[in-house]
Design a binder for this molecule. Structure first.
Ligand code: PAF
Length: 284
């Protein structure tokens, strides 16, 4: 079957760089949307913002093994390249960079980015090697593509702060931009992992966003975070989740915060239902 897509797909860093070099010579501004595929409306929102901020948009599609622990879902992570390319094409993306593992991690690869600051606590308490894998692959993608701007979803809020901090610390010449979470009408944040939810778990899942919203309202009223967090913890557990964490953090540094008088507050949660682990967050 011949493809009617306008999007071009490249698999090697050399071909990616070649295309970027041509665009640069023509004075084009370039955006990168890094993804692991299984694209949904949340990714399309990233591509739409990318379109508005640049002349040319690249989407990378790479299920990055180094950000999965051996016990996690790497082998069952959804891989839907054909429909991903259709979605990126419909969103007006010009180039898909789809490397394989050998392209990204050639024989002998042994370098990782070491993190602190916003990487401490939250996800790291439960997935200790996760952000080193994320930061290393994102640093590679940014250096490979050298975009003017790179877009990341606020859904992975700690990831966004880790990447923004890394780009600043390493003087990567890129503007890291966060894009608000896209939600189902009942509040559930869109995620590639939502496909794992059973019908019953899917019904219970919006309780996470409801609990965060109630906590944000209470902190908005009372300023102190602890009672609102205790209430959210009880509501999430009562809805049938096994809670990993629900916390109030400073919105940029992600340091613990006990009152909204100390700075902007972000509420973050991770919880498991059935075999699925969901994360979410909202501002206060
Ligand atoms: O958010 C994701 O999909 C991934 O963590 C990312 C940023 C593409 C790195 O693999």
């Amino acid at each position: 079957m011949t493809s009617t897509r306008a999007i071009r797909t490249v698999h090697s860093v050399a071909a990616l760089r070649d295309q970027v070099r041509h665009w640069r010579t023509d004075g084009k501004r370039i955006a990168l949307v890094p993804t692991m595929g299984a694209l949904h409306a949340g990714h399309v929102a990233l591509m739409d913002v990318a379109r508005a901020k640049a002349d040319r948009v690249i989407v990378s599609i790479f299920v990055n093994p180094t950000q999965f622990a051996p016990t996690e879902d790497l082998s069952r992570y959804p891989r839907t390249l054909d429909s991903d390319l259709d979605k990126a094409d419909s969103a007006g993306v010009e180039l898909a960079f789809v490397p394989d593992v050998a392209q990204m991690y050639p024989e002998g690869f042994c370098t990782t980015i070491s993190l602190a600051g916003p990487a401490l606590g939250l996800e790291t308490d439960f997935r200790p090697t996760h952000f080193a894998g994320v930061a290393t692959v994102v640093a590679k993608l940014l250096i490979q593509a050298l975009p003017d701007v790179a877009l990341f979803g606020e859904k992975d809020y700690q990831q966004l702060q880790v990447i923004a901090r890394m780009a600043r610390d390493l003087d990567l010449p890129v503007d890291v931009v966060g894009v608000p979470t896209v939600r189902e009408p009942d509040g559930l944040a869109l995620s590639s992992r939502n496909v794992y939810l059973s019908r019953e778990d899917r019904k219970a899942a919006p309780a996470l966003h409801r609990a965060l919203t109630a906590a944000a309202m209470r902190i908005g009223r009372d300023a102190i975070t602890a009672p609102a967090i205790a209430e959210a913890r009880a509501a999430i557990t009562a809805a049938g989740f096994d809670l990993d964490y629900v916390e109030a953090r400073h919105a940029e540094t992600l340091a613990p915060i006990s009152s909204s008088e100390e700075g902007p507050v972000r509420l973050l949660v991770a919880a498991r239902i059935g075999s699925t682990r969901l994360i979410d967050n909202i501002p206060v």
